[in-house]
Design a binder for this molecule. Structure first.
Ligand code: SF4
Length: 282
């Protein structure tokens, strides 16, 4: 049973109806809706949303993730324009663009991130754009392609401590993810780098501190830490519900290590308060 601090009121449906109808009309998907995120109303009302590009089928199968995995269909060529249209209609001030992992595409989908960024900027010049990218199988040219567009924030989540990768992120590689963050900072120091991970998968305190330390060594600027919640019965079980005080401790540790901003708490997700994290720490 979930502990009391994890009970959160889901916003009333009518508050979200306008946003949802725009998404339906443009046949787009937000991660916010897909993941039934408890922060959805809060983020939408602040003009922030996370758009999912490149389909809904992932070529990987991480143990914590509810996204369908398999062989994705062809890429929807009209998607960047429809996203731009929706962003304008929703009057978003901050948008996060993310994708499933597309190991089937030669560039891992980098060119679609580029097209989406360009399409959004053509209709909303002042909007802030965060890209939450996959690891592009470690291909530096795919990462470079995205960074050349100068997104405001480059986000790539490590998700968990390295010891748990075989169970949690089987097809990923901890060092490869760290390298992506390091390379981004070295190549484009003006772009803020961000990463995040979940607690509650069986990690130990010293492993969490080492992970925070590793991310800081890569020059990572922004950090998110949240509670893992099992999305479906066939996904990894929750090993432990972390009390809010422990999240606070990790926040303090991260700030002392020099992160510009750390969001740490049971409800924190990768894009939670993304706009505030960006604005407050320029
Ligand atoms: S790569 Fe991302 S979308 Fe794909 S299964 Fe893993 S967490 Fe889910």
């Amino acid at each position: 049973m979930k502990p009391p601090w994890l009970k959160k009121r889901i916003p009333p449906a009518q508050d979200l109806e306008k946003i949802k109808s725009i998404l339906r009309e443009t046949t787009l998907h937000t991660v916010c809706e897909e993941a039934r995120c408890p922060n959805l109303g809060e983020c939408f009302s602040k003009g922030t949303a996370t758009m999912l590009i490149l389909g809904r089928i992932c070529t990987r199968d991480c143990g914590f993730c509810a996204v369908e995995h398999g062989r994705p269909g062809p890429v929807d060529q009209g998607e960047p324009q429809r996203i731009a249209h929706a962003v304008k209609k929703m009057s978003l001030r901050y948008v996060v663009i993310t994708s499933v992992t597309r190991d089937d595409l030669p560039d891992g989908g980098a060119s679609y991130f580029v097209r989406t960024i360009r399409a959004i900027r053509s209709v909303a010049r002042t909007i802030k754009i965060e890209v939450l990218v996959p690891d592009f199988k470690g291909d530096p040219s795919s990462l470079e392609e995205v960074l050349e567009e100068s997104p405001d924030v480059l986000n790539h989540n490590v998700e968990t401590i390295p010891r748990l990768y075989p169970r949690v992120r089987l097809q990923a590689d901890y060092e490869r993810s760290l390298d992506l963050l390091k390379r981004s900072k070295e190549r484009y120091p003006h772009i803020l780098t961000k990463s995040g991970f979940m607690l509650g998968l069986g990690e130990r305190e010293e492993e969490v501190i080492n992970l925070i330390c590793d991310l800081r060594r890569m020059g990572c600027d922004l950090l998110t830490i949240g509670q893992y919640l099992q999305p479906r019965a066939d996904r990894l079980p929750v090993a432990r519900y972390i009390p809010p005080e422990e999240f606070e401790q990790y926040k303090k540790i991260g700030e002392e290590m020099g992160f510009r901003s750390v969001a740490s708490g049971p409800f924190v997700r990768s894009s939670f308060h993304a706009s505030e994290m960006f604005q407050n720490h320029l």
